[in-house]
Design a binder for this molecule. Structure first.
Ligand code: BGP
Length: 481
């Protein structure tokens, strides 16, 4: 299996899950800073105010803000060609409403980018990764208000101008299509219909019309950002970022095919169709009609979408589900902020996400056939309980197995003709889980001594997967042993 020359191997993180320093150097409060810890069975909560004595994992996370040099050095040692991270909007515009950006926040990302450049690591920057400023959530219900488009494009202009010449790849909204689900709508769109009392993250007060209206504003904001980026620097490439929640019909019953097609259209294709093709797909008309959803659009919106399609497609990929009308003997399975019918041919991770490497090959082919745009897999990995062995080391052969099988299937997709240009594994260094707010769910090649009871000295250690991934990168994906 051979990957194209110049293939971008690397890892991915998000500011709120690793930086910590939540109120340092002028940073404001984001929705994630008001998210408590949780577990797979106990939903994390979003609280309207900081509760005394409550634990908020983003506040310290893995303290990357003060360890970034050490962390980037370790990424460089593995041979990373690319590092995907996000900028915390609240470091640049603390509430989102200021006229002038926060210089100290801008400086932090200057330093981070320079550190990557020092090792020839290409930065891949997510502009908005579940980190909408809390003031925007409170005052505007996130992207539900049209005003938030301007707040977002102001932020984009600031960072596009500031980092010109040092960055090539940008992603507008992380997992934008998560906004088609209730919990995802909170994180991806900042739509929180109840801000006076705590919200159980997995069970928010949901208003689908508001979520889809917010998504519309994100589409417009994203298209404006793409156009602006190209005007500021013609070398900029701007991508979309989707959750690829691969889904199969459980049985050959034609009813299952239709159910699955409808599910896929809403979940996996709607947002990328708008962002890659520059227009709403016709199939959503019926969905909106049947769900009593009316989206307010301004006359200029269609033209804005048309003028701002993305340059490349990216997605996260962790697991797959099935769809069926025959629910009598089926089991439900957990997944990335959503659930579905379990596939009897697949095994699940410790958190119940069904592991499906072939689904990655299948989906990459589907994406390529649909858009003919370069593709990057910008999240993939295994969240697992890592335990130190008697020799004091983490022998994470289960993680290596997971990644090996997914890389093999990406290789198959490349052979199939897919224009795959990069791969960044999720949580290349242990960090806080997005869905459950835990440290215990670890993804990294690098172990971080920090635990859910608040103990740990933040020291970093290499796991077995660290040395393995280094070989994978050095051999451009040929040595997977
Ligand atoms: C994606 C998010 C990431 C990340 C990952 C793993 O949905 O973009 O932020 O955390 O999933 O999910 P979790 O952290 O819940 O295991």
């Amino acid at each position: 299996m051979s990957f194209p020359k110049g293939f971008l191997w690397g890892g991915a993180t998000a500011a709120n899950q690793l930086e910590g320093a939540w109120n340092e150097d002028g940073k404001g409060v984001s929705i994630s800073d008001l998210s408590t810890g949780g577990t797979a069975t106990q939903s994390k909560r979003i609280t309207p105010h900081l509760e005394e004595g409550t634990y908020y994992p983003s506040h310290v996370a893995i303290d990357h803000y003060h360890h970034y040099k050490e962390d980037i050095k370790l990424f460089a040692e593995m041979g990373f060609k690319v590092y995907r991270f996000s900028i915390a909007w609240t470091r640049i515009y603390p509430t989102g409403f200021e006229d002038e950006p926060n210089e100290k926040g801008l400086q932090f990302y200057d330093n981070l980018i320079d550190e990557c450049r020092k090792y020839n690591i290409e930065p891949l920057i997510t502009i908005c990764h579940y980190e909408i400023p809390w003031e925007i959530v409170k005052r505007n219900n996130g992207f539900y208000s049209r005003e938030t488009i301007d707040l977002f494009t102001k932020y984009c202009r600031t960072i596009f101008e500031r980092y010109k010449g040092k960055v090539k790849y940008w992603l507008t909204f992380n997992e934008i299509n998560n906004g088609t689900n209730p919990a995802g709508g909170v994180l991806a769109c900042g739509v929180l219909n109840e801000t006076e009392k705590p919200t159980e993250f997995m069970h928010p007060v949901d208003d689908p019309e508001k979520r889809f209206q917010a998504l519309h504003h994100e589409f417009v904001a994203s298209a404006l950002a793409v156009k602006m980026a190209h005007e500021i620097d013609p070398n900029y490439k701007v991508g979309c970022m989707q959750i690829m929640a691969t889904s199969y019909p459980l049985t050959p019953d034609p009813q299952d095919q239709i159910l699955n097609q409808q599910h896929n259209r809403r979940m996996n294709w709607f947002c990328s169709d708008v962002q890659c093709r520059g227009a709403y797909p016709t199939y959503m008309k019926r969905y909106f009609k049947e769900h009593n959803i009316t989206i307010k659009m301004e006359p200029e919106d269609a033209q804005i979408l048309k003028e701002g399609p993305v340059d490349f497609y990216t997605c996260s990929y962790y697991m797959s589900f099935c769809q069926t009308v025959h629910t009598e003997n089926t089991k439900e399975t957990a997944g990335n902020m959503m659930g579905g019918t379990a596939n009897p041919y697949l095994k699940a991770s410790d958190w119940g996400w069904q592991i499906d490497p072939i689904g990655l090959r299948y989906s990459l082919n589907e994406i390529w056939d649909r858009y003919q745009l370069p593709i990057m897999v910008v999240e993939n990995g295994l969240g697992a309980y890592d335990k130190k062995s008697e020799d004091g080391k983490i022998h994470d052969d289960y993680r290596i197995d997971y990644l090996r099988q997914h890389i093999q299937q990406m290789g198959e997709a490349v052979e199939d003709g897919v224009d795959l240009i990069g791969y960044t594994t999720w949580g290349c260094i242990d960090l806080v889980s997005a869905s459950t707010g835990e440290y215990a769910k670890r993804y990294g090649f690098i172990y971080v001594n920090r635990f859910d009871d608040g103990t740990g000295d933040f020291s970093r250690e290499k796991k077995d997967s660290f040395y393995w991934y280094k070989k994978v990168i050095a051999s451009n994906g040929e040595d997977l042993d």
